[in-house]
Ligand binder design. Structure first.
Ligand code: ANZ
Ligand code: ZN
Length: 813
């Protein structure tokens, strides 16, 4: 009898599967397709336990889908460009390219040790010229369709990474760089943007996709849609001064206005007396970040400009202030302040002694008086002190005032978004060069398609200096203008790596295709992605970008369908044994390679699936994986160890065995369908205990053979190697991974006996246990004879007997 030796069998089967192309996602036209995608790793250098935790259940489910008759594609690749690779390269003083590809080779081997059904023929590496050629091509397409533009703008800049960051890469209240933690600063640069805002409204609709509520809420908040109005004021100098407000119904309550310190009108309206104070205030304010400025707990600061505007609805003269709580990056960069009904304005008014005038009277509050308010009253209500609009009920106020403004040319309906256009330019080396040429005569000219890719040169000073490394290269940027043929210069920035990962699922379709970014035939067959698995931390970055990207491709006629990924599922996080986040500094990092050595990939896979709910994660436990390993050894023994006996089979044990097997199958099927992975393993553990118990009485029977067969099939997505080995040991045809998923025998599932609750007039008075197939009459009869029931019937004849089959009987007297 062979012993369970994972080291031997895992290597053996991995080699065999690879040689046979067992996981090639080939197309059998008889079968439906299933594109299972799991987020690709950065080639950081080491596959960590978190990757295993994310990918193992994804792999198990892809295998499950294959057994259910789908052509399954489950590809893998590397998000190879970008800051993490470059920062690590700088630290270790090796060329980013060398460092990246060395890591990819190592991580590919680590990924292979998982025994996952990755189709390596479809591997895509975003730093390969054959990949980024098409990343650049997409850039040009977006440019030609008006979805990419460049402008001089203040951008968030990380002084440590020496690069611009997208808004999504700036984290926390202190606004630090997502990568290195340094607080960001503002810098004015000529930058490329994608017009994500054009898709803001469409991105708010999640029609046709099954994505977790949590992600939808995060995206919706991130996009941040506000409905309101733009109202046109005029300064006394005659300039138009527009404000965005969500409360046009408070227009008669404006007692001052506030301009962001960066607002272009500040200079013009500032009076001679106020000039010095305003200039000093503005200089201080612009140094702060938006979040610092918006912080609600901070004392309001500001300065009167000396200028005035006119309220269009009342003709009133309104003083104009500048204050840092008004941001230049939102709305119009100016506000009408209504201190009675907006808390920030209220605090400001109290601080500087400005009038607080009530213009909204909520129905359920006693009459408000601005002078006595201790805080603003943001609730909606009847309009008061509002000239011709006074008396308008709260429910109509917004629409009525809008109508009034529009009729009088004083303003119009407007929608504002928190979402900003996607800043693409990075002043870094390790990325896809932006395929644009700057010509003095022709302006910005895209590199023609046949000249792509614009190759990233190897011989550069990639250590950051604050300038784009490509700019410092002696010759790289010098080129000729594709339009006029004159001397011109290349754009020396590279693209945000999120651009590369916005379309990797498309490159997997045909990673060697050179007629376009992907083979349309493959696209038509495999897209959209059916299930996408990965971390929730990507809710606001990658997962918005990739949706935007897809919609843009659709509108350019390159892709079709409205969404790239139909179903999304997020995993939680593996924590250290101490329940803390794993990190080198805490010394609680678990290295998967060591565990594969000690226990084998199967035990690690099974433990990672078993130890917590996948969508929640939890702390790692070394004794836990030990237990999982011992379970696999018991499974092994259950299959390979014969029972010496005389061939007697106990028929009632057979019935119990089959019932347990099919009940487990029913549950496990449900769990695979619903991404409830941990209960798959616990159900299988429970079943193997039961099978071991029933083995002596059923061994040698068809039922035992069936039990083992179904057991191995259910097990195979979780622990593919041991399942394959035992399958072969039993002499069954190779491979277990091409077998079909077993069907539940509904008859076997039935319990022999059932327990029915008996109520008298709706109160539980007893329980009767009967054969599962007992007739309704028999159930009624048994119920009426039940001791407790007889007592409560007190000899009365029932008026009615209500039967809920197999569950409950209610006797009404
Ligand atoms: C007058 C008013 C009265 C306002 C009232 C609110 C309540 P959301 O919901 O986030 O879109 N606002 C507009 N632009 C701003 C800017 N650049 N910086 C700071 N605040 C700005 O917020 C919209 C409201 O935020 C707008 O409506 C405006 O104040 C303010 F009882 O206008 B409101
Ligand atoms: Zn030119």
């Amino acid at each position: 009898i062979p012993a369970y030796n994972p080291a031997e069998i895992e290597k053996k089967w991995q080699a065999r599967w690879e040689a046979d192309g067992l996981y090639h996602s080939d197309v059998d036209p008889q079968r439906p397709k299933h594109y299972a995608l799991t987020m690709l790793p950065y080639p950081s250098g080491d596959l960590h336990i978190g990757h295993w935790f994310a990918m193992t259940p994804s792999d198990a489910r892809a295998r499950y889908m294959r057994m259910n008759g789908y052509n399954v594609m489950f590809p893998m690749g590397f998000d190879a460009f970008g800051l993490p690779a470059e920062n690590a390269a700088i630290k270790k003083n090796v060329h980013p390219k060398e460092w990246t590809y060395r890591n990819i080779n190592r991580m590919r081997d680590q990924l292979k040790s998982m025994g996952a059904m990755f189709d390596w023929r479809r591997e895509a590496v975003s730093a390969d010229p054959k990949y980024y050629r098409w990343t650049q091509w997409f850039f040009v397409q977006l440019y030609q369709h008006g979805l990419a533009y460049h402008k001089l703008s203040p951008v968030d800049w990380c002084p440590t990474c020496n690069t611009t960051l997208a808004r999504e890469q700036v984290w926390g209240d202190d606004r630090h760089c997502e990568r290195c933690g340094t607080p960001v600063i503002k810098k004015n640069l000529d930058q490329w943007f994608f017009r994500t805002t054009r898709y803001a409204d469409e991105l708010l609709s999640y029609e046709g996709i099954n994505w977790p509520e949590r992600v939808r809420v995060l995206q919706t908040n991130w996009i941040g849609r506000s409905e309101g109005a733009v109202v046109k004021f005029h300064t006394e100098q005659g300039d138009e001064l527009e404000v965005f407000t969500t409360r046009p119904d408070t227009l008669w309550g404006v007692t001052f206005m506030v301009l962001a310190p960066e607002h272009p009108l500040v200079k013009k309206i500032t009076s001679a007396e106020q000039k010095a104070a305003v200039e000093q205030y503005v200089a201080e304010a612009v140094r702060q970040t938006d979040v610092q400025r918006e912080a609600t707990d901070k004392e309001k600061t500001g300065v009167f400009t000396g200028g005035y505007a006119v309220n269009p609805v009342s003709g009133e003269r309104i003083p104009i202030w500048t204050a840092d709580y008004v941001l230049m990056t939102y709305g119009t960069g100016a506000i009408m302040a209504v201190p009675a009904h907006d808390q920030r304005d209220f605090e400001f008014a109290r601080r500087f002694g400005l009038e607080v005038r009530v213009v909204i009277q909520p129905e359920d509050m006693e009459a408000l008086d601005g002078a006595n308010l201790t805080e603003s009253v943001p609730a909606h209500g009847k309009m008061v002190n509002s000239g011709p609009m006074s008396g308008t009920p709260g429910a109509e106020a917004f629409e009525q005032v809008l109508k009034y403004l529009e009729a009088n040319g004083m303003g119009k309906r407007a929608v504002n978004y928190r979402l900003r256009d996607w800043l693409i330019s990075r002043q870094r080396y390790w990325g896809a060069p932006i395929p644009m040429v700057h010509c003095e005569k022709c302006g910005v000219v895209p590199v023609p398609e046949e000249q792509l890719p614009v190759m990233l040169p190897d011989d550069v000073e990639w250590r950051p200096t604050g300038e784009s490394p490509l700019k410092l290269h002696p010759t790289w940027r010098l080129t000729t203008c594709p339009q006029c043929g004159g001397a011109a210069e290349r754009d020396t920035d590279t693209m945000d790596t999120f651009m590369c990962s916005s379309w990797y699922h498309l490159r997997y379709l045909s990673p060697d295709y050179d007629q376009g970014p992907f083979d349309p035939k493959e696209y038509d067959y495999w897209m959209p992605v059916d299930t996408y698995t990965g971390g929730i931390e990507h809710a606001n970055m990658h997962l918005i970008y990739t949706r935007f990207f897809h919609k843009a491709l659709r509108d350019m006629g390159i892709a079709h369908g409205d969404e790239p990924m139909l179903q999304l599922r997020n995993q939680g996080m593996v924590l250290g044994e101490d329940s803390e986040k794993m990190s080198k500094s805490r010394g609680n990092v678990v290295a998967p390679d060591d565990l594969v050595q000690a226990y084998g990939a199967d035990a690690l896979r099974a433990y990672l699936i078993f130890f917590s709910r996948w969508d929640q994660g939890g702390p790692w436990s070394s004794s836990g994986i030990d237990g999982t390993f011992r379970w696999l050894r018991r499974v092994w023994a259950m299959v390979v160890e014969p029972v010496g006996k005389d061939g007697f089979v106990d028929e009632s044990a057979v019935r119990v065995l089959r019932r347990k097997v099919h009940q487990t199958l029913r549950r496990v099927t449900h769990d695979y369908e619903h991404f409830e992975f941990n209960t798959i393993v616990s159900s299988l553990m429970e079943l193997s205990n039961e099978m071991a118990r029933l083995k002596p009485a059923t061994y040698g029977s068809p039922a035992w053979g069936e039990a083992v067969d179904i057991y191995l099939r259910m097990l195979s997505p979780v622990t593919p190697h041991i399942a394959e080995e035992l399958w072969a040991y039993l002499g069954k045809s190779y491979s277990i991974h091409t077998q079909s998923w077993p069907a539940v025998d509904m008859e076997a599932v039935q319990e022999d006996e059932i327990t029915v609750v008996v109520q008298v007039n709706g109160k539980v008075r007893g329980r009767v246990t009967l054969a599962a197939d007992a007739s309704e009459e028999a159930v009624k009869a048994a119920a009426l004879e039940n001791e407790g029931v007889v007592k409560f019937l007190e000899g009365k004849t029932p008026r009615q007997i209500i039967v809920v089959p197999k569950k409950l009987i209610n006797i009404v007297v």
